[in-house]
Design a protein around this ligand. Sequence first.
Ligand code: ZN
Length: 262
Amino acid sequence: MRITVLGKSPAWQDTGGACSGYLIEEAGTTVLLECGSGVFGKLRAHCDYTDVDAVVISHLHADHFIDLIPYSYALLLTPRQQPVPVAGHPGTDDPARPRLVAPPGARQMFRDVVGSWGDGELVEKAFEVEQFDPRSAVEIGPFAFRFAEVPHFILTHAVEVSSGSGRFTFGADCRPCEELVEFARGTDLLFVEATLPRPERTGIRGHMTPAEAGDHARRAGAGRVVLTHISDELDADWARKEGSAAFGGPVEVAREGGVFEL
Ligand SMILES: [Zn+2]
């Protein structure tokens, strides 16, 4: 299993960067986990977007799904996906239509967003939309995807991807909790969010600091740990030190283009 960080920014992009997007590849199967702002362009730098087998979304915040909109337009409008010859392309009877594995409520959310300018079926025309049931695993090629609800501002699921080569756990966005610790217990590789320079001072908590992220990884007994969903406006060395101290060993900080192999 090969995981490439396409985007690791929080809800606003780093300079020249992208919000959440992770490409997961093994044995000819390609899955995009999260498709936040800026991710579609980054995806194109790594692979042909018509070769992606499935997109998986953890929760319906814009920084995790909004680039499904340009992705949908590309799948529907690019000349090589048309049934007749266009612009030097021969035409195809079998245009790519990747699976889109998204949380309960996603279909209506997509209709509401793109419907606001009269294009309500856009995402469903471009993708084979499936709403996952968090109690059931989803098989995609050699991967089994499992989901566990974690506490955030809206319905959100941590995602586990396992195959013959190992187990990768993505914590999605969450506040400090036991749910992620339980779900990630003994995982080979944990991507855990480290959005905050300090805990939220008011309101409901929704995110974690690098120290809290490292603490969750330690409690879960994770093998390798990568802090993600972190802005270029936070000092990566500071985050690494805070996370490593809490984990009790070295943690890494995600950077765009970073590759992790299991
Ligand atoms: Zn979120």
